[in-house]
Design a protein around this ligand. Structure first.
Ligand SMILES: Cc1cc2nc3c(=O)[nH]c(=O)nc-3n(C[C@H](O)[C@H](O)[C@H](O)COP(=O)(O)OP(=O)(O)OC[C@H]3O[C@@H](n4cnc5c(N)ncnc54)[C@H](O)[C@@H]3O)c2cc1C
Length: 385
């Protein structure tokens, strides 16, 4: 029995390690990724701030071989669902089960000038941003999303607080003005519901971070350091950190059998996470997040991997258990001076009975920063240890 997993990021790596534990020698598990490393993306924020190095944020996917999981460091080119075949740079792979966790890709070229603006949404751009932050001596900072959906909607807010903290440490806080812009939300963290947004707005005020909602970037004039909105408004900057638009990984984008025309991401049954027609095919993580109505977050990829591994193992072992996937989400934020945590239940929202998730916030505790740091260590141990 061949289980093929496309993508060795948060969803793919957790799924592979869970399946190896549950099924052992009964199955052949293969993971394909063009990146030789599994990357823990939350650490990019700390890399930009200069407190982590790239090797803190990644592990070679080859380490999965300790768990008898085959790793192919290749690009996935196309997926043929009818013939159960995947073409990669050097192989044609057959499968009995296929799990797709190819995530989203960044497309800065969709907005003029954005290719010269650095951000912690990929490793290479995190390192370039780190150089800019190291040189920063105060001034106007503009941080924000260009388009939704994107990985980790709270992260632009997180980095705004980190910059305030850094400005305090460098004693340049008085001459540092920080603005967070958002293309859709009218309040900070609005997607987490009104109660959360209210609490978070107060924190932003306390740390002198201004929020500008519904501000859609048209282009960036990098020569004159001005960001221009779709309505022609202008924001000058000395340091800009802007999340580029995202789109689904190419093998999904280019495949009508896999592309959900509504969301523009991968088609899945929202309840079971498998393909509506090809039941042996599952999707998880960012590639399905817009289709099921969730934000792009590793915590969802993780819980979905737990669920899919159970379903596949139960089916192979002939002991089907009627499990549902965990629709809670925890987001711990490092806000520089303090930490904050969002604890949310998404089930009501996903089932159409509520507009927002049911979220509450724990804020103002440095222990939450420590928890975030500890989780980074736990993450690698859980997958590779
Ligand atoms: C700055 C930042 C902070 C974040 N903080 C948090 C947080 O605190 N909490 C949280 O829950 N989430 C956070 N996230 C989001 C989280 O990292 C993602 O949601 C998560 O990584 C999604 O997992 P995934 O498996 O769907 O995709 P990914 O982890 O992106 O993995 C996709 C994999 O597929 C590979 N791939 C793509 N296309 C191809 C191809 N054609 N061929 C071969 N390989 C391919 C990629 O190389 C990649 O390894 C953060 C993200 C960022 C950028």
């Amino acid at each position: 029995m061949n289980i093929l997993i496309l993508g060795g990021g948060a969803g793919g790596a957790v799924l592979a390690s869970r399946l190896a534990k549950k099924l052992g020698e009964k199955v052949n598990i293969t993971v394909v990724d063009r990146n030789p490393y599994h990357e823990f993306r939350p650490t990019y924020l700390w890399i930009s701030m200069g407190i982590r190095e790239p090797d803190h944020a990644r592990r070679p996917l080859k380490l999965l071989e300790k768990k008898k999981i085959r790793f192919l460091n290749e690009e996935v080119l196309s997926i043929d669902l009818a013939n159960r075949q995947v073409k990669t740079t050097n192989n044609v792979l057959n499968y009995d089960y296929l799990a797709i966790s190819l995530g989203a890709e960044l497309v800065p070229e969709k907005i003029k000038g954005l290719d010269k603006i650095y951000h912690p949404w990929e490793m290479d751009t995190s390192l370039k941003l780190r150089e800019e932050i190291a040189r920063f001596k105060g001034g106007k900072v503009v941080i924000g999303s260009t388009r939704l959906p994107h990985r980790c909607p709270p992260a632009p807010f997180e980095i705004a607080f980190m910059i305030r903290y850094l400005a305090e440490q460098r004693k340049i806080s008085d001459k540092t003005e920080i603005k967070v812009i958002h293309p859709e939300w009218t309040k900070p963290m609005e997607g987490f519901g009104p109660f959360f947004a209210e609490m978070f707005s107060r924190l932003m005020e306390q740390y002198k971070i201004e929020f500008i909602g519904r501000w859609i970037i048209d282009h960036v004039d990098t020569e004159n350091k001005v960001i221009i909105s779709d309505k022609g408004e202008k924001l000058n900057y000395d340091l800009a950190i802007l999340v580029p638009p995202h789109e689904p990984s190419k093998p999904i984008k280019n495949n009508p059998d896999l592309l959900d025309s509504g969301s523009g991401y991968m088609k899945v049954d929202k309840k079971t996470l498998n393909h509506p027609t090809y039941k042996e095919v599952y999707g998880l993580g960012d590639i399905i997040a817009p289709t099921i109505g969730l934000g792009m977050a590793g915590v969802f990829a993780h819980f979905q991997a737990d669920y899919i591994s159970t379903r596949i193992a139960d089916e192979i072992n002939g002991v089907y258990m009627q499990l549902d996937w965990n629709k809670t989400g925890v987001c711990v934020m490092d806000l520089g001076f303090i930490g904050a945590g969002a604890f949310c239940e998404f089930a009501e929202m996903l089932e159409g009975r509520a507009k927002y998730p049911d979220c509450y916030m724990l804020g103002g505790m440095s222990i939450l920063r420590v928890a975030k740091m500890a989780f980074e260590k736990y993450w690698f141990k859980d997958i590779f240890g």
